[in-house]
Structure formats: C-alpha cells, structure tokens
Design a protein around this ligand. Structure first.
Ligand code: NAI
Length: 672
C-alpha cells in the first residue's frame, strides 16, 4: 500500500511486528515496542502467525524479507522467563510451538529471506535457519549463535535439525556444544549466511535478493566444504563416527557434569536413524533438560549476570575516556588490552622499558590473533592501538579520568604511587587499585582525597576472566563508584561491588577452601586424587594446582594477611606447608616447582611443529612436599571418602560467602 507521498504504509501493524508490501515483497519487521530487544515469546508467536495467515492468503506477495526495526538486534533469542516454572509438559509445548511456527514458514510457497543486523541468537537463529536465504550485515554488533547449551538446554525450535544441513555436522557441533558466537565473516565462510553486506545497504539488498529468488534468478549459495570431516559426513557411518568422537570430547571436558552436550549429540544420533522423528526427539530432550538442576542453576546464573550488567549507581554524567595504568606487568598489560578493545585511550606507565615493551607485544599479539580469527579487522586494530601510549614518566596523566595501579603487591609501593598521582594537579582523577588482598582503606590512608580511592580487582588473564570486583571503602564517593562500575561494564566485565575488608569477597572465600585443601593434603590424600575430586564436583581447577598457579608465596601472603582478622578460618593448616615450600624455593609454577614439579626444559624440535600438541602427562609431585607430609602429616584413620572431601572444601567456601553476606561485604546475594 502506498500513500500519496509514495511511501509504503503498513499492511499489518501489530505490537511486535509490521508487514509492508513493497512491489510483491512483504517486508516483515520485528520491533517489540515494549522491550529493548526482540525475543521469541508468547506475545510474538501469535502475531507472526497472523503474518503467515496474511502471506498464505495473499495473491500479490511473491517473497518475504524478515528484518528488525531495532538497532543491533535481529532476534536475541527465546524469552527464557517463559521457561521458568514450566513443567516438562509445558517446556515441550514451548519447544513444539516454535518448531511448528518455523516449519509453517518453511513450507510457504514464497521464498523467505532473513536480513540480519545485530544479535541473531538462539530462537532468533533458529528462525533464520528456517529461511531460504540469509543476509547479514558486516557490523561489529552482528553475531550468530545457538547459546542454549550455556543454559543447560538444547536448541528446541528445530535448530538441531536444520543447522548441520547448512553448515555441516562438524561446525554445527562446534556451535551447539560451545554456544559460541559466530561473527559474520566466519558465518559466511561456513555457509551459515549466504551474503554479507554493509548495514546501511541491508534492506535494499534483501529486497533485491527476495525478488530474484521469487523469479528463480537466484538460488542460495552454499559454502563448499572441503575438510576431511565434510567427506566423512556424507555417510551415516561417518556421521556416527564424528558424533561418537564429539561425545567422548564433551564428556571429558564436562566430566559428565552437564547433561546438555550429551543430549544434543543424542538428538543428532537419533535423527540419523529416524530422520522423520528428529523434531520430536528434539522437543522431548529439550523438555527433559529444562527440569534438570543444571539448567535451573545456569538460568539463575544468567539472570544474575544480566542483573550485574546494569550500573547499580545509575547513569554517569560524563563517560570516562582516558585510562592510565601503572605497572605494565601481567595485570597492567591485560587491563590495558581490555580497555583498548573497548575504545578507551590508555596510558601505560612502568619504571621498566623492558616491561613496557613486553606489554606492547602482548597487546599486539592478542590483536593479531583476533585479526587471524576474523573477529577484528586490521583497521580496527590500528585504530585501537593509536590510543595506546607507553611511558616511564607521568606526563599527561592529568588528562586521565582514572589511574588503575597494578604495581607489585606491596603497601609501601602502593602508597608511593598514590602520592605521586595526587601530586599531579588534577583533583578529579580516580585512583583505583588492583591489589589482590591489601584493604583499600589501608592504601587510602595516605591519600589527600580518600573519597577518590577505590579498588578495581581484575583477574588473570584479564581478557579472558569476565569478573571485576569493585571495592568501596566507607569514604569512597558514590560518584567515584558509579564511574568505576561504568568503566568496568564498558570493558565488558561482569561487575560486582563489595565493601572493603580483608580479602574483599573473592580472595576471602578462596582462602578457607585452600586451607581445607592443605589440611586434607596433610591427612595424606594424594594431590591428584584431591584435585580430581574437586574437579568432579565442578571446580575448573583443583585446589593444589590452583595454589601453584597463583604462586605459593602469594597464597601464603593472603593467608597470613587474612588470618589477622579471620584467624583459624583461613589459617588452620595451610601455612605450615606453604612456608616449608617457600623455604625450599618452591613458589609454584613460576619457579618451576611448588606442590608439583613443572617441566621447564626447552621444547624438542618436534614439539614446535604447528598443530602437534604435547601429550599431557601428569606432573610429578615435588618430593620435598611429600617428605614434609610424611614427617608432619596426620595419617587419616578411616579410608578417605571423596564426597566428604568435596563437601569439606566447598562448604567452607560457601560458609565464608555467607559470612560476607551477613557482614555486608556483599551488598546483595546475587553478587556472591
Ligand atoms: P607483575 O610483577 O607482573 O607486574 C608489576 C609491574 O609493576 C612490573 O612491571 C613493575 O616493573 C611495575 N612497577 C613497579 N614499580 C612501579 C612504579 N613505581 N610505577 C610503575 N610501575 C611499577 O605483577 P602482577 O601480577 O601484574 O600484579 C600486579 C598487581 O595486581 C599486584 O598488586 C597483584 O597482587 C595484583 N593482582 C595480581 C593477579 C595475578 O593473577 N597476578 C590477580 C589480581 C590482582
């Protein structure tokens, strides 16, 4: 329908959808006016059915284009709140209603084109997979993926059935088992999308493609698959072989703790034998998964994390742009890197030129890897790097909004750098410390402006670890806290805010856990069994290996510092072993030995062959620690019950977390 000015008016105007007919093409635009993003929910589904009614009856519509009226979001996924509280039957119905809708669309006589700009995830991608042709914008905000596995689920609206036919079994498994986000360039390479276009030209191109498909002048271009796996995928026996391998890998990675990856593989395996019943199996296992404690736990974590993506102090008046980092070591380089990636200008200062050079190299290498993986263009990388300044002095620091110190963990040194910064004229600078355990109020003691001192505790490696713990003292001003949270969120972090105190929250709950591990070790349980037991419980790293990674000296320092206020709770057994190790020069991985001995011999020539991975062998236990345990350890009387060990360690961590909530270290339970 055209008005007198030649503009097209809507033929269907629904709360979440509009349909405009444009010379034989129905342009269907998703735009839920009551929500920030489009989701597939019980409000949208009947409206989409109305669209299908219209198109099925229409004599003029020759093709459809699905597009979004929202910036940076096509359809962000199914609405998970509707799954919460649903019983197995209800969850099955939800899955089946999505399947039914998409297969009805798939059966339309008219070709359907998905024009994707922004997030196209979960149910959003399942919708796009049921289209005949997919175009995507090359915008940095465009991502495609099936993240259901991260919620303990499987794609329940036909995703398990359609994806492998489009991208091949190998890539489909990669996407479904990891929940990875696929950027447009890779999506094009895999055949997940047929055409890549600049965001501005998306609608025009989609309309042209739709007309060409309607006139049969165009067929969807599928990517050619040439890998060994793609040859294997041609036969059922080959497919089964791939699935069997995937199952072995998934079970090894998840230690059998998560049912969703296995369920995804089960659906795919079942479909090979019973292709006509694949959708039914998908709904059935989707519904079963929705009732598992893993799914409930992961969904609750998801909502918790989403909550923490908001600034609890409200919006900032002026966004910080310039970040200075003191200390270009492991942490300083990482903080610089994540800041540059999010378009901050970064001044990196160290007293050592060598450290500055290493930090720059670290940042370049990380950008290079992204360029190779096609998640960043060279131009973007150069633009970001042009915002990096490295220096050994404090020139231009007065232009910075915040200084984040990441110098050695030494209170005197932290005082020295704080005073140096406060001598700079600007009294607007925020001084943030990345200390792992020194109370922020102790650092702020020498400050002229304690209201501008705060803790910003990142974790290593900064670019991989999502958490940022912000620590406020009694004197930290709300405006400073608001800005620090804003910076953390813009750096892409999940931000928790905690009250100052020994070990803050994260270090504090780890200390009793490590302490109990040392007590168990002194009781004679071997380190491999202990670490494995905790990994079987769900921890990503065992406690003994963790002490070696963190550094035996760092663990001892933390334990001694915290024991001043928490006493036995953090220092019941650990320090004896740790001091002994340190006296022998065993400081953990960094010194070549700690609880375990690390191989520091230069790699053999054959280990340098690209793609050849070193066979993982168990690290030998350090004999020094064994002889200490033999002399000082208490032999356990009963045979060790591993479930008991898991509970002893975990409950001490949980107990400390409860103390933190009770004492107000945690502002709200969700932070914990
Ligand atoms: P690092 O030893 O790798 O780096 C410290 C850097 O500070 C060195 O490059 C050193 O040259 C530099 N430095 C010393 N004095 C300086 C000064 N006056 N001005 C500027 N730079 C100076 O140490 P790392 O591991 O990066 O730790 C830094 C801080 O972050 C410590 O407080 C540590 O407790 C904390 N932290 C460390 C974590 C880790 O996993 N390594 C995790 C979280 C916090």
């Amino acid at each position: 329908m055209e008005n007198h000015q030649g503009e097209h008016t809507a033929n269907l105007l629904l709360p979440c959808l509009t349909l405009k007919e444009m010379d034989g093409v129905a342009l269907v635009s998703f735009d839920d006016r009551d929500a920030k993003v489009n989701t597939l929910n019980s409000k949208l589904i009947p409206q989409f059915e109305e669209v299908l009614d219209y198109v099925e009856k229409s004599k003029t519509v020759e093709a459809l284009v699905l597009i979004s009226g929202k910036k940076d979001c096509f359809v962000a996924g199914a609405d998970i709140t509707e799954l919460q509280g649903a019983d197995q039957e209800g969850a099955k119905n939800l899955s089946m209603s999505g399947q039914k809708l998409f297969s009805r669309m798939e059966k339309l006589r008219q070709p359907v084109v998905a024009a994707i700009d922004g997030s196209c995830l979960g149910g959003g991608l399942e919708l796009a997979l049921a289209c005949d042709y997919r175009l995507a914008s090359s915008s940095a905000k465009t991502v495609l993926g099936l993240p259901e596995v991260l919620l303990g689920l499987l794609p329940g609206a036909g995703g398990t059935q359609r994806l492998s036919k489009i991208v091949g079994l190998e890539n489909a498994l990669k996407m479904m088992l990891t929940g990875m986000n696929v950027r447009p360039e890779k999506a094009k390479k895999w055949g997940l999308i047929d055409y890549l276009v600049f965001a501005d030209g998306l609608e025009d191109k989609a309309l042209k493609v739709a007309r060409a498909l309607a006139k049969k002048q165009l067929t969807p271009s599928r990517a050619k698959k040439t890998s060994v796996m793609s040859v294997l995928e041609k036969t059922n026996a080959g497919k089964k072989f791939i699935l069997q391998k995937a199952l072995q890998q998934a079970e090894k990675k998840t230690r059998g703790l998560y049912p969703a990856p296995k369920a995804i593989i089960d659906v795919l395996s079942y479909t090979i034998e019973h292709p006509e019943k694949g959708y039914e199996k998908e709904s059935e296992l989707f519904a079963q998964l929705s009732q598992t404690p893993q799914c409930h736990g992961l969904i609750s974590l998801y909502f918790g994390q989403s909550e923490l993506k908001k600034n609890r102090y409200g919006p900032v008046e002026k966004s910080a742009k310039n970040i200075a980092v003191l200390g270009a070591g492991l942490m300083g380089a990482g903080i610089g890197l994540v800041s540059l990636q999010k378009k901050f200008h970064v001044r990196l200062r160290d007293i050592s030129q060598k450290q500055l050079a290493s930090a720059k190299k670290y940042i370049w290498k990380s950008f290079d890897r992204k360029i190779k993986r096609k998640s960043m263009t060279r131009f973007e990388s150069q633009k970001m790097l042009s915002g990096l300044f490295t220096q050994t002095d404090l020139q231009h620091f007065n232009r910075c909004d915040v200084v984040i110190e990441a110098v050695f963990e030494d209170l005197e040194l932290k005082h020295k750098v704080l005073k140096e910064i406060e001598e700079i004229e600007s009294d607007k600078i925020i001084f943030a410390s990345n200390t792992s355990a020194i109370p922020i109020s102790d650092i702020a003691k020498v400050s002229k402006r304690p209201e501008r001192v705060i803790g910003m505790h990142y974790f290593s490696p900064v670019e991989k670890m999502p958490l940022l713990e912000i620590i406020v003292t009694e004197k930290t001003s709300e405006e400073v806290a608001r800005t620090a949270v804003d910076i953390g969120l813009r750096q892409g972090k999940t931000v928790i805010v905690v009250k100052d105190g020994p070990g803050f929250y994260t270090t504090r709950i780890l200390a009793p856990f490590m302490d109990e591990a040392a007590i168990v070790a002194l009781e004679g349980l071997d380190f491999y069994t202990l670490d494995d037991a905790m990994k079987d419980f769900g921890y990503p790293v065992g406690p003994i290996a963790l002490i070696d990674e963190v550094g035996v000296d760092v663990a001892l320092h933390v334990s001694e510092t915290l024991s001043k206020s928490l006493g036995e709770r953090v220092n019941g057994g650990e320090t004896k072993i740790l001091s002994e190790l340190i006296s022998k020069g065993s400081k953990g991985r960094k010194s070549g030995k700690g609880f375990f001995v690390y191989d520091q011999s230069p790699s053999s020539w054959y280990e340098k062959i690209p793609g050849l991975k070193k066979k993982s062998v168990k690290k030998p236990i350090n004999p020094e620690v064994l002889s200490f345990i033999t002399q000082n350890g208490k032999k356990s009387v009963k045979p060790v019950d591993l479930e008991d060990v898991q509970k002893r360690l975990s409950y001490r961590m949980i107990n400390e977390a409860a103390y933190c909530l009770q004492e107000g270290i945690l502002q709200q339970a969700v932070d914990g």
